[in-house]
Design a protein around this ligand. Structure first.
Ligand SMILES: C[S@@+](CC[C@H](N)C(=O)[O-])C[C@H]1O[C@@H](n2cnc3c(N)ncnc32)[C@H](O)[C@@H]1O
Length: 327
């Protein structure tokens, strides 16, 4: 199963044309200029390598002195990344969470980078392969760990969690309005027999929900919530965003593709300098002109085109936020 990269051209343009991007820049137009420009140089990070769609596209425009550091939690993604690194010595592979971006780069004597991209969530191979336990559409062990070499599976977590813990996860990370009913049904089931498969859980959730949403499987929100929880996704994201601000060179760019509103809100709050100003300085008795410029400014927010959504339905909920370090 291949993974079709989302918002590929726009993401790569944002990194390569970082010095000239403005609020009204059309990144697709910029992309069409890449070939005329010759090759580009820089040190970049792909925090979510997956199957390497974004990394390979970036590499194709970089000169031989450039470097790309690629992260993934998933051992299967790391196998693909290591194969790429064998053929291309600009690629440096790191099997770890992007939450550790600063520590990992510092330990390799890399203190600054020119661009960082994150394409959040899970890849098509992860969701398509039932044995990874991410999908309510495919039966498999109830796992959902991106890094299945460590941590606990969803099945083990459910077995030990309290009613309130399950309810809070479903409600906070899945925005599931039937969180309490579902949590009660899960507890009643697991007290008789541990959940071992994704189908067992999705059936239990479906039965607990009194209504049906059009074109949406009843277990969608709960599966998203459990995946976010078991992989510590939101905390990892905010740690990475904080470190990225320190790691970027002046005019360096952070480009993040998110797929649901929780992720996007974290990205927006971390990078939006206007919000930063309001939150940090609103109560201080000083003039706006005396306030130091925040270190990041939000530049662009881009959605996939209708054509991209038709070609790749997975892109329909994507949003790319591009922000830039002040210079
Ligand atoms: C949507 S896919 C990326 C696809 C990639 N851009 C491509 O074109 O092939 C997300 C990938 O990021 C990885 N991932 C998600 N959160 C991560 C984290 N905190 N640290 C490292 N990798 C992560 C997942 O394991 C998955 O392989």
């Amino acid at each position: 199963m291949n993974h079709k990269p989302v918002l590929l051209k726009q993401t790569i343009s944002s990194l390569l044309f970082r010095k000239s991007i403005k609020k009204n820049t059309n990144l697709l137009e910029k992309y069409s200029l890449i070939k005329q420009k010759g090759s580009f140089n820089g040190i970049f990070v792909d925090g979510t390598f997956g199957r390497g769609g974004h990394t390979k596209e970036l590499l194709s425009f970089l000169d031989s002195d450039s470097m790309v550091f690629v992260f993934d939690k998933d051992p299967e993604a790391i196998v693909v990344a290591n194969d790429l690194a064998k053929q291309d010595n600009r690629v440096n592979v790191i099997h770890n969470s992007f939450a550790c971006i600063k520590e990992e780069l510092y330990s390799r004597n890399v203190n600054y980078v020119d661009g960082i991209m994150l394409d959040l969530g899970i890849s098509s191979p992860q969701i398509e392969r039932g044995e990874r336990g991410f999908s309510f559409m495919r039966d498999g062990p109830l796992d959902m760990r991106m890094d299945n070499t460590k941590g606990i599976t969803v099945s083990d977590w459910i077995q030990k969690a309290s009613l309130n813990e399950i309810k809070d996860v479903l409600s906070n990370y899945g925005e599931e309005r039937f969180a309490l009913q579902i949590a009660k049904a899960i507890i009643a089931y697991r007290d008789k027999k541990p959940f071992t498969s994704t189908f067992e859980l999705s059936e239990c959730i479906s039965k607990a929900i009194p209504i049906r949403e059009k074109c949406k499987h009843p277990a969608t929100r709960s599966f998203q919530a459990l995946r976010i929880h078991i992989n510590n996704e939101l905390l990892d994201l905010s740690k990475c965003l904080k470190s990225s601000i320190d790691l970027l060179n002046p005019a360096g760019v952070l480009s993040v593709i998110s797929f649901h509103s929780l992720e996007d809100r974290i990205v927006k709050k971390s990078i939006n300098s206007d919000l930063l100003k309001q939150n940090v300085y609103i109560d201080l008795p000083i003039y706006a002109k005396d306030i130091p410029e925040p270190s990041m400014r939000s530049v662009l927010r881009i959605f996939p085109s209708k054509e991209e959504i038709n070609e790749n339905p997975r892109s329909r909920s994507a949003v790319l936020r591009v922000s830039q370090k002040s210079y």
